[in-house]
Design a protein around this ligand. Structure first.
Ligand SMILES: Cc1cc2nc3c(=O)[nH]c(=O)nc-3n(C[C@H](O)[C@H](O)[C@H](O)COP(=O)(O)O)c2cc1C
Length: 347
């Protein structure tokens, strides 16, 4: 009788992700409300090696709702790309993975880290850190359901007093996860404080599958330090890329030991207008412009003299007017360089 590993071709799947994360240096994290098709495309053009869709609930996928379909829309040449699922019912997650596989991603990722109450209350995301047997059943069920490699993204534990990252690592790889992303915070920390990378280094020592380090990479120097201090196979960035897809260029420069010059105001405006145009092409003028408003705020965080511009942009619902405001602003400040697009490291 073939073993679980043989039955699910786990040697091949582990090899595939090992090869992927040997080639790939930097990944764009899944981010709800941020990493749609358009933003993922921009980050890829700037140097992201792997991208992830916003997480999608197993229930939403199985109901076939329009919102889930939009979340999982992949670009025609968007590879390698992962679809991330969340939920708490192994059978539903397995069925959702079968549906997701039909859309053509390169891997399925499972979310075991989301701290948001709405998700945790229904035993999904980081709630599973308190129920490793259920987490294990989920991973096994999804691994059995799909031909694609399955990975997991999680946190250090529920709280400082309940750190279980080594136990989780061991369990995940035995259950068939072929890569593990570790965000160096507990659920209790949400996004506060500073990510602790030491546990990621400990994980690397025991992991038989690639480990992806995550948490507080805001610059090329942070990227190099996370790799050096942990020995992780690849790095995933999230908040540092919001309003700053240029971060991937900075990381690429750091990897190649080249100097990095932050973009000029003119370039930031050009990229945010391109971002807006693509959102509008995809979603229509109303939804496209609305989606852009939170991105605008982030793009402009480190640009000089933006308070008047902000006021005009945020009350407008006319893309042509918004474009004109930005072009005026661009003419005024074109040659100036921005501090760090997207703003500084969170306090
Ligand atoms: C707006 C936002 C949305 C997020 N959505 C997801 C998500 O859908 N799936 C997930 O695994 N993590 C999600 N995260 C967490 C990030 O992927 C990442 O683990 C965390 O922000 C730490 O990385 P960073 O310090 O680079 O931001 C989200 C974070 C933010 C700020």
């Amino acid at each position: 009788m073939p073993s679980f590993f043989e039955r699910n071709d786990l040697e091949r799947k582990r090899r595939e992700l090992r090869e992927l994360y040997t080639r790939a240096e930097v990944l764009l994290s899944p981010m709800a409300g941020v990493t749609d098709l358009v933003f993922r495309g921009l980050c890829r053009e700037m140097g992201a090696d792997v991208t992830f869709c916003e997480f999608a609930s197993a229930d939403g996928i199985l109901r076939g709702n329009r919102a889930s379909e939009e979340l999982l829309e992949l670009g025609p040449d968007e590879h390698p790309v992962g679809i991330q699922l969340f939920g708490s019912d192994p059978e539903k997650l397995a069925a959702a993975a079968r549906e997701a596989e039909k859309l053509g991603p390169d891997l399925i990722d499972l979310n075991f880290g989301c701290p948001v109450k709405k998700v945790v209350r229904r035993n999904g995301g980081s709630a599973l850190l308190c129920n490793l047997p259920l987490m294990e059943n989920i991973v096994r069920a999804v691994v059995e359901a799909t031909e694609l490699p399955v990975s997991a993204k999680t946190r250090l534990g529920w709280s400082e007093g309940e750190l279980n990252y080594l136990e989780t690592t061991q369990m995940l790889q035995e259950a068939g996860a072929c890569a593990i992303t570790m965000h160096g915070r507990t659920r209790d920390q949400r996004f506060g404080g500073v990510a602790n990378w030491e546990p990621i280094a400990e994980m690397v020592q025991i992991a038989e599958v690639p480990v992806i380090g995550n948490g507080d990479v805001w610059s090329g120097a942070d990227f190099l330090r996370l790799k050096r201090e942990t020995g992780c196979d690849a790095v995933m960035v999230a908040r540092g890329a919001i309003g700053n897809p240029f971060l991937f260029e900075e990381i690429r420069a750091a990897v190649e030991d080249r100097p990095y010059t932050p973009p000029t105001v003119a370039r930031v405006v050009d990229v945010l207008l391109e971002h807006m145009d693509r959102e509008i092409a995809l979603k229509g003028p109303r939804t496209g412009l609305n989606r852009m408003k939170k991105h605008f705020a982030c793009y402009l965080k480190s640009c000089p003299g933006v308070s008047a511009l902000r006021k005009k942009v945020f009350v407008s619902d006319d893309p042509a007017a918004v474009r004109a405001f930005f072009l005026d602003y661009r003419d005024q400040y074109a040659g100036l360089s921005v501090g760090r697009p997207g703003g500084e490291r969170a306090a």
